[in-house]
Design a protein around this ligand. Structure first.
Ligand code: N01
Length: 539
C-alpha cells in the first residue's frame, strides 16, 4: 500500500466499556505502545460493579479469585476484607486499579457509543459517540460486559405508577431508604435473592412477586481468613494456575475432594446426602461440583434438587410459602444463586411471597400493581428482572461490518462467533467474553484476562507481520457455533428457560450462548494463535 492510501486513524484501538475488561484492555494495549481510547457510558469505571449498587450486592466467587492477576504487585498488596466481596469493595478496587495504572486519562466517561461502522476502504472502524463526535481506529474492541443491558419487561401501565421505581442493574448512587415503605420486588434471580433480605430489614412490608423459584445456597460469607490469604499470597501464580485447570476456572483450592469422575448415583443415599450436607453451609457455588454428573444426568440432578427442596422446607415456617419457594426445574440449570438469609426472610411478618407462576403481573397501576387478579398498594417497585444477556449491549452499539451488514441482522437467529472473539464479516472487531466463549460459566476476571491477552498478542502479531486485517472465516465460525451447541446438548443446561439461552427476553432467539469448559477453550485459543490464527483470514 502506498503512503497516500495508508489510512490515518485517530487511534490504533477503540475500546467500548470501562469495566474490568475495558480497563485491562487499555492497560495491555498501552503497554504495546499503541494509542487507545475507551468510551464508557457511566461516570466511572467498574462496569457491572458501577451499576449494580442494590442493597446486598455482592460477588459469589471468592475475593482472592475474583480479582486481576496481571500485576503480581497488585494482587499481593490488595487486601479483601471479606471472603465474598461486597459491591462497594469491588468498586473501590476498580477505582484503585484505574488510579494505580493511570487509566482515566484515556477513558471518556458519560459517553455512549451510538454506532461502530467498518470502512472497507480505510480498513478501519468509525465510532460515533453520544457527544456527536466520530473517531476512527484500526481495531474496535467491545468490552461491553455480558450482563449490562438491563431488561425491564413491557408491563402494561408501567408509566402510570405514582411511586418510585428502581432496576437492580441501574441502582441510584445515593442510598435508598425503604423505611416505612410498602415495597414490591419483581423477580427472584441472583439480584433479588441478594436484595430481598436487606430490603426486608427496612421496609414496612415487602411483597416478592415470583414467577419461577430459583435454587440458592447459603454463602457462609465472613471476614477474610488471614491464614488462607497468606497461604495463597505465598505463591499466588501457582494458585491461579491451578484454578485455570478447573472446569469453570475456579475453586481448585476449596479443600474438597474433587468428585468430578463420580456419579451421584454411584454412592449410597447416605453418602450422597452427607456430601451435599457438608457443602450446603460452606461451599457456596461449588456445591454444584458435589458429583461429576449433576449437570449431565437428570436422575443425578434430581437428587441434589430434592436435597435443596428439603432444606427450603426445613427453613421456611409456612408450608404453603415453602412449597411455592421450591423450584421444580433442574438444579443449577438457571444460574445457581448464593444468598445470606434468603429463605429465613420469608419467616418475617413483613414479607409476603406472591406466587405468580400460574398468573402474571396483570398491570402496573398508579397505586401499585395487580397480580393474579389481586391489587397490591405499593410505594416503590423494584424490577429485579435481569438483563438482555451476552448480546444486548453488543447489539445496541450500532455495529456494521463489511457490505454495511448490521450485527443485528447477522445475529437475527442468535449470536454467531468464532471463539467468542470475532464474527465473520466484521474484520478487526473483537469481543471480550463474547457469546461462544466460557465467560458467564466461569470466573469472569480470569476469563477477561485470557481474552485480553489473546487479543493483544493477536494485534501485536498483525502489526509485526505488517498485516492490516483479521476476519473470522465462515467455515471456522460455523464449526465453532456447532461445537458450542453440541457441548451444551450433552448437558442439562438447555432444559430450562434461562438467560444462558436468551429465554428471559421475549422474542430473543433461543441459542445456548456460553461455551462449556474453560481449560479446553483456552487450549483451543492457544492452538489457533500458535497456528498463525487458524480459522481467521489475515490480510
Ligand atoms: O436476573 P435473572 P438477575 N414477570 O434473569 C423475573 C449475575 N448476578 O439480575 O425466572 C415476572 O436471573 C425472572 O423470572 P423467570 C448472575 O449471573 C450475579 O437476578 O424468567 N417476572 C427472574 O426471576 C445472574 O444469573 C450476582 O420466570 C419476571 C428475574 O426476573 C445474572 O446476573 C448477583 C418477568 C430475573 O432474574 C442475572 O441475575 C446478581 C416478568 N415479565 C446477579 N421477567 C453475584 O455475583 C423476568 N422476570 C452474586
Amino acid at each position: 500500500m502506498s503512503i497516500a492510501q495508508k489510512p490515518i486513524n485517530n487511534y490504533d484501538a477503540i475500546v467500548v466499556g470501562a469495566g474490568f475488561a475495558g480497563m485491562y484492555m487499555l492497560h495491555k494495549l498501552r503497554g504495546l505502545g499503541l494509542s487507545v481510547k475507551v468510551y464508557e457510558t457511566g461516570s466511572g469505571v467498574g462496569g457491572t460493579w458501577f451499576w449494580n449498587r442494590y442493597p446486598g450486592a455482592r460477588c459469589d466467587i471468592d475475593s482472592l479469585e475474583y480479582s486481576y492477576q496481571f500485576s503480581d504487585e497488585l494482587q499481593q498488596e490488595w487486601h479483601w476484607p471479606e471472603r465474598y466481596s461486597a459491591q462497594p469493595d469491588i468498586l473501590e478496587y476498580a477505582n484503585h486499579v484505574a488510579e494505580r495504572f493511570d487509566l482515566r486519562k484515556d477513558i471518556q466517561f458519560n459517553t455512549q457509543v451510538e454506532s461502530s461502522v467498518y470502512d472497507e476502504d480505510s480498513k478501519s472502524w468509525n465510532i460515533t459517540t453520544s457527544d456527536g463526535k466520530t473517531q476512527s481506529a484500526q481495531f474496535c474492541i467491545m468490552a461491553t460486559g455480558c450482563l449490562s443491558s438491563t431488561n425491564t419487561p413491557d408491563f402494561k401501565g408501567i408509566e402510570s405508577f405514582k411511586g418510585q421505581t428502581y432496576h437492580t442493574g441501574q441502582w441510584p448512587h445515593e442510598p435508598v431508604d425503604f423505611s416505612g415503605k410498602r415495597v414490591g420486588i419483581i423477580g427472584t434471580g441472583s439480584s433479588a435473592i441478594q436484595a430481598i433480605p436487606e430490603i426486608a430489614k427496612q421496609a414496612e412490608h415487602l411483597y416478592v412477586f415470583q414467577r419461577t423459584p430459583n435454587y440458592t445456597v447459603p454463602s457462609n460469607n465472613g471476614p477474610m481468613d488471614k491464614e488462607t490469604e497468606q497461604t495463597i499470597k505465598a505463591d499466588y501464580p501457582a494458585f491461579r494456575e491451578r484454578n485455570s485447570k478447573m472446569p469453570a476456572g475456579l475453586g481448585a483450592d476449596s479443600g474438597r475432594k474433587t468428585n468430578m469422575g463420580v456419579s451421584a448415583l454411584d454412592v449410597s443415599h447416605e453418602e450422597r446426602e452427607a456430601e451435599y450436607e457438608s457443602r450446603w453451609d460452606t461451599a457456596g457455588l461449588s456445591i454444584g461440583g458435589s458429583f461429576g454428573d449433576l449437570m449431565l444426568n437428570q436422575e443425578s440432578n434430581d437428587t441434589i434438587a430434592e436435597f435443596a427442596r428439603g432444606k427450603i422446607r426445613g427453613i421456611v415456617n409456612d408450608p404453603a410459602t415453602a412449597e411455592a419457594l421450591c423450584p421444580e426445574q433442574t438444579f443449577a440449570c438457571k444460574r445457581l444463586c448464593v444468598d445470606t438469609g434468603y429463605y429465613q426472610t420469608f419467616n418475617r411478618p413483613n414479607v409476603t411471597l406472591v406466587d405468580i407462576s400460574q398468573g402474571a403481573i396483570d398491570e402496573i397501576t398508579p397505586a401499585g400493581l395487580q397480580a393474579n387478579g389481586d391489587a397490591f398498594e405499593l410505594d416503590c417497585i423494584i424490577f429485579a428482572t435481569g438483563f438482555d444477556a451476552m448480546t444486548g449491549s453488543l447489539l445496541k452499539a450500532g455495529i456494521r461490518g463489511e457490505g454495511g451488514q448490521t450485527l443485528t441482522d447477522k445475529w437475527s437467529a442468535g449470536p454467531r462467533t468464532y471463539l467468542g472473539l470475532g464474527t465473520s464479516g466484521f474484520p478487526n472487531l473483537f469481543t471480550i467474553t463474547g457469546p461462544g466463549s466460557p465467560s458467564v460459566l466461569t470466573n469472569m476476571i480470569p476469563s477477561i484476562e485470557q481474552h485480553v491477552n489473546w487479543i493483544a498478542d493477536c494485534i501485536q502479531y498483525l502489526k509485526e507481520s505488517n498485516l492490516q486485517t483479521i476476519n473470522a472465516t465462515d467455515e471456522a465460525e460455523d464449526a465453532w457455533v456447532e461445537h458450542v451447541n453440541v457441548l451444551a446438548s450433552h448437558t442439562l443446561y438447555p432444559s430450562c428457560n434461562s438467560w444462558y439461552l436468551g429465554a428471559n427476553v421475549p422474542g430473543k432467539p433461543r441459542v445456548f450462548m456460553p461455551h462449556i469448559g474453560f481449560p479446553s477453550y483456552v487450549e483451543k485459543c492457544n492452538e489457533v494463535a500458535a497456528n498463525g490464527y487458524q480459522g481467521f483470514a489475515l490480510a
